[in-house]
Design a protein around this ligand. Structure first.
Ligand SMILES: Cc1ncc(COP(=O)(O)O)c(C=O)c1O
Length: 394
């Protein structure tokens, strides 16, 4: 066996999306770029806001010495303090510099936090459907996923959650706005979750950490995205600028620890050591310096909203069952047949590429991304009509 068993299994398990990616390339060669509609991957086509380029120019022209050297592992103090001020404004809580740790995107942040929290055999509750890379982020650090079903609207099912909360569960991972469903958790349900976790933490004699993965936090359409810091003390926020500044290739994100977390200091120290152990060392220096310079700039939400409305209206008119995404840039409609992989294959034959729900552990659904030019979305609509006709739901 030339490579590890774990990685051999990972290659096999992640082959659905990889195959789709390869299939997309093959079809573009065969049919031409303008005839292939790849809605499978959430890679925004929009350029970052102009403030990003301006900040990069300012940094490039600065004569300040030492800006390319090693720094304290969790990042520059001025950049971390900028994040503290954002949370102060949003939540009223005073985070210390040490509560903020810059990371290589949200993926890096999740690995750092689970490295810090988990002992072999610990479980992390995760709500189905979910971003499937999470499984790696638990198993990398000896943890396992305890998968809990959401309700029919993809919101918390508190009975299921209460049943799953047992000694050995170290953390609960939520993702809001959600990939793949577009659901945003409201204040009432976050408060209810906070109460449940407080009660269970007392019962088990240790704090259950609530980890909220929020890279889509600033992409919401007319709904609030309340902070978990105001609903539960033992909480940690994970986020990145991949989506709201449209810079996923730059790998910049951070961990924010609630100042009220019972294990606050140990988690701060643990995250710093985990950064080194995992070989990330620190987040990219230039991007840490960009963040305070861009202030509150975000990508323009107008095309996202337009795309969501266009697709949602068309899909539901065609007869697909679908929840209207309140945030993020994905829709997660029900497949007209039980076998979502079979359905995705039929769509592929029409040069329409999407991801089966089973890749997110919710078979019977499919995911499509809408982070593309509106004209591209427009041109894809007749293919959904054809699919609906083919399956007799139109
Ligand atoms: C739910 C979720 N979490 C984390 C990530 C990883 O984000 P990043 O590119 O910042 O590492 C993604 C990326 O698509 C995501 O959808």
């Amino acid at each position: 066996m030339p490579i590890s068993k774990n990685i051999t299994a990972a290659i096999q398990n992640s082959s659905v999306i990889r195959k789709m990616f390869e299939e997309g390339i093959r079809r573009v060669k065969l049919y031409g770029e303008e005839n292939v509609f790849d809605l499978s991957i959430g890679n925004p086509v929009f350029e970052p806001p102009p403030e990003v380029k301006q900040a990069l120019l300012t940094i490039a022209q600065s004569d300040e010495k030492g800006t390319h050297r090693y720094m304290p592992n969790p990042g520059y103090t001025t950049s971390r303090d900028f994040i503290c001020r954002l949370y102060q404004k949003e939540t009223g809580l005073s985070l210390a510099t040490e509560d903020v740790v810059f990371t290589t995107g949200a993926a890096g942040a999740l690995n750092v936090i689970f490295k810090t929290l988990l002992d072999p055999g610990n479980e992390v509750i995760v709500l189905m459907p979910y971003f499937s890379e999470y499984d790696f982020y638990f198993s990398n650090h000896g943890g396992t996923a305890k998968r809990v079903d959401t309700n029919v609207h993809f919101h918390f099912d508190f009975d299921n959650l209460e049943k799953a909360l047992a000694p050995g569960v170290k953390a609960v991972l939520i993702n809001t706005p959600n990939n793949p469903t577009g659901v945003v958790y409201n204040k009432e349900e976050l408060d209810q979750l906070g109460k449940l976790l407080s009660r269970k933490s007392k019962e088990f004699g240790y704090p259950i950490t609530l980890v909220s993965d929020e890279p889509y936090k600033n992409l919401s359409y007319g709904v609030d995205t309340p902070s978990i810091f105001n609903s539960y003390d033992n909480s940690i926020i994970i986020t990145s600028y991949s989506k709201d500044l449209a810079i996923p290739g730059e790998r910049i994100g951070y961990i924010a620890i609630s100042p009220n977390h019972e294990d606050r200091t140990q988690i701060q120290n643990g995250a710093v050591v985990s950064l080194r152990i995992l070989g990330f060392i620190n987040a990219p220096a230039i991007w840490q310096r960009v963040i305070p310079l861009v202030g509150n700039a975000k990508v323009d939400l107008k095309p996202y909203r337009e795309n969501r409305d266009l697709l949602y209206d068309h899909l539901t008119k065609c007869g697909f069952e679908c929840t209207k995404a309140e945030g993020g840039f994905y829709l997660f409609p029900k497949s007209p047949i039980e076998d979502d992989r079979e359905f995705i294959k039929s769509a592929q034959e029409l040069n329409l590429l999407m991801v089966p729900g089973s890749a997110f552990r919710r078979p019977g659904y499919f995911r499509l991304a809408f982070c593309f030019e509106t004209d591209f979305i427009h041109r894809s609509l007749p293919l959904f009509t054809k699919l609906a006709e083919q399956y007799g739901i139109a």
